[in-house]
Design a protein around this ligand. Sequence first.
Ligand code: ZN
Ligand code: ZN
Length: 138
Amino acid sequence: MSEINYPIHGSCQCGNVRYQLLAPPSLVVACHCRECQKLSTSAFSITAMVKADTVKFEGEMQDWRRSADSGNTSAAKFCPTCGNRIYHVNPEQPDDIKLKPSNLSDTRVIQPMAHVWVSEKQDWYQIPEGMKTFDKQP
Ligand SMILES: [Zn+2]
Ligand SMILES: [Zn+2]
């Protein structure tokens, strides 16, 4: 497998929101919570933790906010045209971007390093052996 070369480009489904990821994420997790199942329209969603100065966004985004289990606010940024989710951020910690990285051009980046909220995991999905898992949020 060849090395992943940065920057990597990402874009929403319609292309109105584009971004560049300049450096590897510090962590990539698959989250199996019910919110992520709704978000992904699938069994889990994938999040890449990146610092705000390693990602450059272009194009207009809207957000909606909800309270996470931790009590923190989660602002979910999305493309207002196609609805594709781009990233999540706690407005009180704007340096920590939780990128929804499936729309990157090099999808090797999205390979999870850990699985979280496996307490809400779909029974038919088997987590690969040797993978770090957490019942809830670590
Ligand atoms: Zn779009
Ligand atoms: Zn989740």
